[in-house]
Design a protein around this ligand. Sequence first.
Ligand SMILES: [Zn+2]
Length: 231
Amino acid sequence: MNIQNTKRSHLYRTLYLLACLLPLLVSGCGFGPSDPHTARVLRVVDGDTIEVSFNGTKEKVRLIGVDTPETVHPTVGVEPYGREASNFTKEKLADQIVQLEFDVQERDQYGRLLAYVWLDEEMFNEVLLYEGYAQMATYPPNVKYVEVFEAAQRDARENGRGLWGITEESPEASQEDNPSPNKFLGNANSKKFHYPDCSQGQRTKTSNQVWFESKKEALDAGYEPCGTCRP
Ligand SMILES: [Zn+2]
């Protein structure tokens, strides 16, 4: 009888534990996506874009809220830190099983999934910002983690991690000498800043135009880089 009781109580305890733990595992324990979707990373396209197998389909995923320097930019050539960012994402995400978490919009205009990419209890979007491999680029209404991202980016900048450690004068970052002192055009209304030749930036009303000498100056003033010209 004793053995039987012991067995039953074991079984009971196991069932009880499962019943309590399953919802926790599914809903996350506070450090994870609120509504996770499992995907397998097939390929890393660049620092902020990956290709995954999701629901039996091959999908491109653009990470929400972050912008890594492009390796090759059509107008400015090789951007500083683009290759490092791309390699970092490859190192961390290649062949991994990840959880995708969506915000308000599930896809962008190119049909790519827009997601927060979780690797265990870490959100990779935040890691990119924290390590200085990306700059924040948030587009409403997908702003679920905007405060988390702001804190991560601030920490990276204050500590000069990654792309924040590159000085404007370093040969890597320097471009052709520009005789114009007006290097970046800010829009006081949208709080975005652009290269002077960006067509979007050029639509800025004269009364909203703010000029910055450097990217740092624009960022310090609370402006975000334009997603089109990617200054
Ligand atoms: Zn622009």
